[in-house]
Ligand binder design. Sequence first.
Ligand SMILES: [Zn+2]
Length: 183
Amino acid sequence: MRLGAPLSARQIVFVVGCALLVFWFLLGMIPAVFAPARESARRTACQSNPNQIGRAIFMYADVPANNSQPPPSLNLLLSPAYIADKRCFWCPSCKAHADNDYAYVPGLKLTGAEEKRLVLAHDAKLYHGEGRNVLLTDGTVEFMREAEFWKALKEGLGPTPPSKNTPQEPKPSGTDGARQQAR
Ligand SMILES: [Zn+2]
C-alpha cells in the first residue's frame, strides 16, 4: 500500500473494526477504573451509620431509667426516639441486607476520651474488602484493616487521639466494672 493512496474497502473495514475493538475494550475498563472510587465513597457513607448508632447508644445511656448503660441490643434503638430510619443499620456495601449489617458488643462501659476504648459495634462482615468501620466506646468511628480490627476487638485501643473529635460527651457517672472484653 502506497502512502496517500486511497484505502480499499477491505482496509477501511479492517481499520474501523480495530477502532471498534479498542473502543469496546476501553468501555469494558470503565467499571474497573471507577470501582475503587465507588467503594471508597460507600465506605465513607457507611461511617455515618455507626456514627449515628453511637450517638443513639449514648442517648439511650443518658436516659435516667437506663442507668448509664448502653442498650442490651441495637434493636432497641430502632424507634423514633433514637433512630427512625432502618437503613441506618444497613451498610451501603452489603449486597444482601440482614436486619442489621452491624455487629454489636453488648455490656461495655461507655468511655471518655482519656480512657481505654473498646470495640462497641462494627461492620458484621468484610463488606469493604480490606477492613471494617468500627464504633468505639468513646463514640468515635474508625476504619480498621482486618488485623487491626481483631486486635482492637480482643485488646481494645488506647485513649482517643487528640486529632479525633469525640461526637458525644460521655457521662462521667458511668457504671464501674461493666467494661468487658469483647468475645
Ligand atoms: Zn460498612
